[in-house]
Design a protein around this ligand. Structure first.
Ligand code: EPU
Length: 436
């Protein structure tokens, strides 16, 4: 089958990526304004949702990230025509016929596992590779599996693949043991074309889920209650769905990373293109830590800090509580704060990978299970450090911005998955940072 993906940039060669570094000369206060990109974790799922129907969908405010390119590769493999240009992705899903997402593609991007729900809904069958291991945790799919079975699908895992089949899907009441984003998305997308009503209890309430549900509704779906613990999906006939043009919400995790970065080095920045409602848990914690955060306009926040940050305790929990994805960046700040902080990570089993690297920069972090005790030191010192995952990478850059001397961050392929133009954006705020 002929597929086409227009890339923004050719992908870097793996060996070149491994040698690349972000170099930071620490200690420069951050001042000025930064524009936040569209949310990676929303756009990837909307790209999968476009598979639900024959038609052309246009997603706007799409960040230029390797994850977006890889999701484009996955849906192009399935037969979609994908064009990426000027922060837009155009997806023509008319000729989608393939129902198998192979290991080579899914293992590159675990988020692509969410093609399972739309393929099952549209074709009554799907074969999607299990994504495999992950640096930050176990990342099981039992809730996806159970939910799809409750909709009437036969689901089995064999030879590393999930096989799902259903002559027809029928709406059901599905309780999730935990509000998993991926399970909520896969079940919601499968239920869009099921017969009758599906209710997801204890659904994930993240803004990215709301963005996805709104997009599907713009395509002709009938989803209510997205953003609350109980979502209702009234199944529609395939003929009622069509392509849609839709805006991606701002990336609250990118925004949060820049907001925290000011606390590493003092400064006064304006963060534009954000939705402050998505960031209350962070704003509250940053205020406790001594920052002044104000909502300047409906899409603009101002962040200011003039002294050393104060210690605080943080527990990561599903949205709207403090996000696990900002746990690594906030640890970078607490590492050089006044006092001792405790972070409890409840989402992933292994998301303290940044701690060892921060120790190389002089941080005093002790780990016991899912708890980190961080004794603030007067100042971090620059070092060569390696990013093990996307958010750990952001944490190391943030630590480097506040550290005395030079920090060299490697493992940039992780950072490029989720932060668009991160070096240029920090340079625009006055940081001394470059890529080599
Ligand atoms: N879980 C299960 N069973 C399941 C599904 C999940 O036990 O069937 C567990 C996972 O093992 C994990 C927890 O539930 O410990 C949360 O998993 P969830 O399904 O909510 O996460 P996800 O959908 O795989 C998305 C984001 C992650 C973000 C998490 C939590 C995308 C592409 N990824 O992952 O983002 O950390 O939700 O908010 O949307 C990132 O952007 O760096 C990132 C890792």
């Amino acid at each position: 089958m002929k597929t086409e993906v227009t890339r923004l940039d050719p992908p870097a060669r793996p060996e070149a990526e491994e040698q690349e570094r972000i170099i930071i000369h620490g200690g420069k206060p951050l001042n000025g304004s930064v524009q936040i990109s569209g949310a990676k974790n929303a756009v990837l799922k909307m790209m999968a949702a476009a598979l639900l129907t024959k038609g052309v969908s246009v997603l706007r405010n799409v960040p230029n990230l390797t994850d977006v390119q890889m999701m484009g590769d996955v849906i192009a493999h399935l037969g979609a025509k994908v064009t990426v240009k000027n922060n837009e992705v155009i997806i023509d899903s008319t000729k989608v016929e393939e129902v198998e997402a192979p290991y080579e593609l899914v293992s590159q991007l675990r988020a692509s596992f969410v093609v399972l729900g739309p393929l099952l809904a549209r074709f009554g069958q799907a074969k999607v590779s299990l994504p495999g291991g992950c640096a930050i945790g176990e990342r099981r799919i039992d809730l996806h599996e159970r939910g799809l079975k409750l909709l009437g699908a036969e689901v089995k895992i064999e030879h590393g693949y999930v096989y799902a089949n259903a002559a027809k899907l029928v709406g059901s009441r599905i309780y999730l043991d935990r509000p998993s984003n991926g399970a909520t998305e896969n079940i919601m997308m499968a239920a869009v074309l099921a017969e009758g009503q599906t209710i997801i209890e204890n659904a994930a309430q993240d803004p990215e889920i709301v963005n996805l549900a709104d997009f599907i509704n713009a395509m002709g779906g009938k989803i209510h209650g997205a953003g609350t613990y109980q979502m209702t999906i009234d199944g529609v006939k395939p003929s009622k769905l069509h392509g849609a043009t839709f805006d991606t919400i701002p990336d609250r995790l990118e925004a949060g990373s820049f907001m925290l970065a000011v606390m590493a080095t003092t400064g006064n920045i304006t963060v534009t293109g954000v939705n402050p409602h998505h960031l209350y848990s962070l704003i509250s914690k940053m205020t406790e830590m001594g920052a002044e955060v104000s909502i300047y306009a409906p899409d603009t926040l101002k962040v200011k800090i003039s002294g050393k940050p104060l210690a605080t305790d943080i527990t990561t929990l599903p949205y709207p509580a403090f996000p696990t994805d900002l746990q690594s960046p906030v640890m970078a700040i607490l590492a050089a704060s006044e006092g001792t902080s405790i972070i409890t990570e409840t989402i992933y089993e292994n998301r303290f990978m940044q701690a060892g690297e921060l120790r190389r920069m002089g941080a005093d972090v002790a780990l016991k299970g899912n708890v980190a005790v961080i004794k603030g030191v007067p100042q971090l010192t620059g070092a060569e450090v390696k990013s093990s995952d996307l958010r750990a990478g952001a944490a190391l850059i943030i630590a480097g911005l506040g550290a005395q001397g030079i920090t060299e961050v490697s493992g940039l392929r992780h950072i490029d998955r989720g932060y668009e133009n991160i070096v240029e954006k920090f340079t625009g705020l006055g940081a001394e940072i470059f890529r080599r």
